[in-house]
Design a protein around this ligand. Structure first.
Ligand SMILES: [Zn+2]
Length: 268
């Protein structure tokens, strides 16, 4: 076998073909003296070759890699899965268990495909009492969707994920929970009467995580539900049709160019 490197040909010696020839003819060695002689000659040749291997084999200079073997391509063939799903957890480099909003200084990707499969309605009710968007009455953005509820209604994890925050905020979310999901989203559930999960807990889609309530800045029992990617508030109506209890699509592509002051609403 020959391997080219730096314009020189380096000989890589091997004795395998010789041993193979000996093995193939092994049964014949005992049938004739002539064959024995030939085999002995072959064996002696292989011994010479083996002893030759003890000598240092010329090496290519370290700064001149061998050409002709594409190791990167080989790795791709061996490692690349048939279908590669984006790893949403890899978007995040921090795990803050005390604050819902902690990504102001985190760079956002130009785009990211969010896999919406496996979604579970966060509450049995499908009555949207207030949509995502600007509220002139309060002169502020409403960065979530309000779904009507009775105090004590069960609130469920929207996807599989991990509980990041379980806190109380008197002037905001009240009792709230933040989950991080492998699809890259984080979901926030506000105004609960009670939380039923704890920080760092792994949860499954549809698993109860709290009970609906009227805590914090709330004017009647409801679930305040947010969907965010690295803190960017995405209008939940772009992802699902809550009144119709169905998804808008099986995936959603976040594009940084769609974001205005950290808010992603209808496409421009
Ligand atoms: Zn709300």
């Amino acid at each position: 076998m020959f391997v080219k490197g730096c314009g020189k040909s380096l000989v890589v010696q091997t004795t395998k073909p010789i041993f193979a020839a000996v093995l193939r003819k092994k049964h014949m060695i005992f049938t004739s003296n002539l064959t024995k002689t030939a085999a002995a000659a072959l064996l002696s040749l292989s011994v010479i070759t083996v002893s030759a291997q003890d000598k240092p084999v010329p090496q290519a200079p370290a700064d001149c890699p061998l050409a002709g073997v594409n190791l990167t391509a080989l790795d791709e063939v061996l490692v690349a899965p048939a279908v590669q799903k984006a790893d949403g957890y890899a978007l995040y480099d921090s795990w803050n268990t005390s604050r819902a909003h902690c990504y102001a200084n985190t760079a956002k990707p130009d785009s990211f495909e969010i896999d919406l499969s496996g979604f579970h309605m966060p509450i049995a009710s499908n009555r949207v009492s207030s949509n995502f968007g600007y509220r002139p009455r309060f002169h502020r953005m409403h960065k979530g969707m309000d779904i009507s509820a009775a105090v004590g209604d069960t609130i469920y994890a929207a996807w599989d994920g991990k509980v990041r925050v379980v806190r109380y905020e008197a002037n905001g979310y009240g009792n709230f929970v933040v989950l991080r999901h492998p699809n890259g989203l984080e979901t926030i559930y506000g105004h609960m009467s009670k939380q039923l999960c704890s920080t760092d807990q792994e949860v499954k889609a549809g698993q109860p995580i709290g009970l609906a309530g009227n805590t914090g800045r709330s004017f009647g029992p409801h679930l305040h539900f947010e969907t965010r990617l690295l803190g960017e508030a995405i209008d939940p109506a772009l992802l699902f049709d809550i009144p119709g209890r169905k998804m808008q699509s099986d995936h959603f592509v976040y594009r940084r160019s769609d974001s205005v002051n950290g808010i992603v609403m209808a496409r421009k």
